[in-house]
Write a protein that binds this ligand. Structure first.
Ligand code: ME8
Length: 525
């Protein structure tokens, strides 16, 4: 709601605070690839974890649809930019569905609810004196939609895309970024975990310390954008437009209750390529709007292909749907299980803190080693033995609870939860792998196939408890496969609460088990 240039927030009821997590909104210049999928899977895993821990969560993703780059892509296809964006936004939604991405909001920057917010914010910032008119002359890369100084160019090319940049000279509105330099540095000093991991935090601090220059936030030569209401020949710079999605998607200035319940985001997941925009420009915009800043920016590195960044412009992208199909062809498993396996691979081998080289073989190999050998085999040998013995219920441990088993498994569970708190889903997954190795060696040591009945039942009880725990811990990463296994242990999926159920010795003796599962992760041919 805007009154004479002042935005009045409709302050709603804040008796509920939600875990609000976002991904970047992706350019619709290409279909989703493994890089964009990686970021989205991280956010999905985080949001599923918090939901399973009993928190109200809101997971936002979407598409970034304006700007000169999209305008040019549509012109080349001889269709309108809106037609092009509609096609690509659907491609993102379909891909996310096939990867079990459970978002709560999907925002497109061509939607009216977004356009209105951008126009209101622009007007507000201008009236507040944070924006002023001037002339921009300098270099611009249409691929990353970013401005560059001559010194930043590499042999006259964009330092990121290594491609030709445009020289611009046009009337523009500037955002007085330089005025926020000190405030940003103070904020960084007060919040040691605002940007995670630390090396990326140091990078942004030294960028801001080197000095911020005011930044151009409107274009007169780009028609595919949001017009400034007072001067419609200007369209809003695509990065200011895009960042405001995090507000417009959650009821900023339209649904006070929703907004005050969600704002600010707990975690914003981004790749390192868009660190400056999120860690230095975006916080300055929020400060100008007098809004609280996100709690954490979770920054990851890049997937590479033979040493170069995987990117559409590099022509070396992998389509996640093709990878899922290929795995299903090799193993015969349902594409839903293959999608789970891809999610697993992305977190396990993805570039959380270091760049990571992708190859199809590394994906298949991870499936063989971790899923077919460790997890699949644990289930097959346990269920197979029980079938052969005609046991269809959880055996009774006969009062003999193995305290070493408990100590060991409890340690991994604790580290799993700690890793999530430290924003490292990769480390949480490592703890599951360690638990699986422990369980397989537990079977090897106790040899239930040749043990006396009492010992055999005791061992099987402990192993089934381990399978229950691993399947619960795995739910955020591989929701479909974990659910199949939990259902075979008679679990009611609608009442799962990770907080209380991830403790040892919760499996109840005599619970029926459905043992006739086909091998869940068969070895690829
Ligand atoms: O930057 N490895 O959109 P974008 C890992 N629209 N992650 C990768 C990757 C790779 N090789 N390539 C891309 C934009 N990503 C803007 C964002 S937000 C207000 C606007 C991921 O389509 C990574 O998260 O170029 C990166 O930050 C994002 O995709 C860039 O997506």
């Amino acid at each position: 709601m805007v009154h004479s240039g002042v935005i009045y927030f409709i302050i709603g009821n804040r008796d509920r605070v939600m875990f609000y997590i976002t991904t970047p909104i992706y350019y619709v210049n290409a279909r989703p690839h493994l890089g964009t999928t990686y970021t989205t899977v991280i956010a999905d895993v985080m949001s599923r974890y918090h939901r399973l821990m009993g928190e109200d969560t809101f997971f936002l993703t979407g598409t970034d649809e304006h700007g000169i780059n999209i305008q040019r892509v549509a012109e080349n296809k001889n269709i309108t930019p809106q037609q092009h964006c509609d096609e690509l936004a659907s491609a993102f939604q379909e891909t996310w569905k096939k990867l079990h991405i459970q978002y709560d909001g999907f925002i497109r920057t061509s939607e009216n609810r977004h356009i209105e917010v951008v126009q209101q914010v622009f007007d507000y910032l201008f009236k507040k004196g944070v924006l002023y008119k001037g002339v921009y002359n300098g270099w611009y890369c249409p691929r990353c939609e970013s401005y560059y100084n001559l010194e930043e160019l590499e042999e006259d090319n964009c330092p990121i895309h290594k491609s030709k940049v445009d020289y611009l000279e046009e009337e523009t509105y500037f955002f007085s970024w330089s005025n926020y330099q000190e405030k940003l540095l103070e904020y960084y000093a007060d919040r040691p975990h605002f940007v995670v991991p630390e090396n990326r935090y140091r990078e942004i601090i030294s960028f801001v310390e080197r000095g911020l220059k005011d930044i151009s936030v409107s274009r007169t030569s780009v028609s595919w954008g949001i017009p400034v209401v007072s001067t419609p020949e200007h369209t809003v710079y695509v990065w200011l437009d895009a960042l405001l999605n995090y507000l417009s998607a959650v009821g900023f200035n339209s649904d006070g209750n929703l907004f005050s319940t969600l704002w600010p985001p707990k975690v914003q997941v981004i790749g390192k390529d868009i660190l400056r925009q999120h860690a230095a420009f975006w916080p300055a915009v929020l400060m100008a709007l007098e809004l609280p800043l996100p709690d954490h920016l979770m920054v990851h590195e890049f997937f590479l292909v033979t040493g170069s960044k995987m990117s559409k412009s590099g022509g070396n992208v992998f389509d996640p749907l093709v990878l899922i199909d290929e795995l299903s062809k090799l193993t015969g498993v349902d594409p839903k299980i293959s999608a789970d396996a891809l999610r697993y691979f992305l977190i396990k081998d993805g570039p959380e803190k270091n760049d990571s080289d992708f190859s199809f073989d590394s994906f298949i190999n991870r499936f063989k080693v971790d899923l077919a050998n460790d997890w699949g085999n644990l289930i097959n040998r346990t269920f197979g033995l029980m079938l052969r013995l005609g046991l269809t219920r959880v055996p009774n441990p006969d009062g003999l609870y193995d305290s070493e088993f408990k100590t060991e498994v409890q340690k991994y569970i604790k580290l799993y939860h700690q890793s999530f708190a430290q924003l490292s889903p990769k480390e949480a997954l490592n703890q599951i792998s360690i638990t699986l190795k422990f369980l397989n060696s537990y079977i090897d040591t106790h040899r239930p196939w040749s043990a006396e009945v009492k010992e055999r039942d005791n061992c099987l009880y402990h192993i089934l408890e381990g399978i229950r725990i691993v399947s619960l811990l795995m739910l955020p990463f591989m929701p479909v496969s974990s659910e199949i296994i939990l259902r075979s242990l008679s679990y009611h999926m609608d009442t799962i609460d990770l907080k209380t159920e991830t403790s040892v010795y919760k499996i109840i003796p005599d619970t029926p088990i459905f043992l006739n599962l086909p091998p869940i992760f068969p070895r690829p041919k």
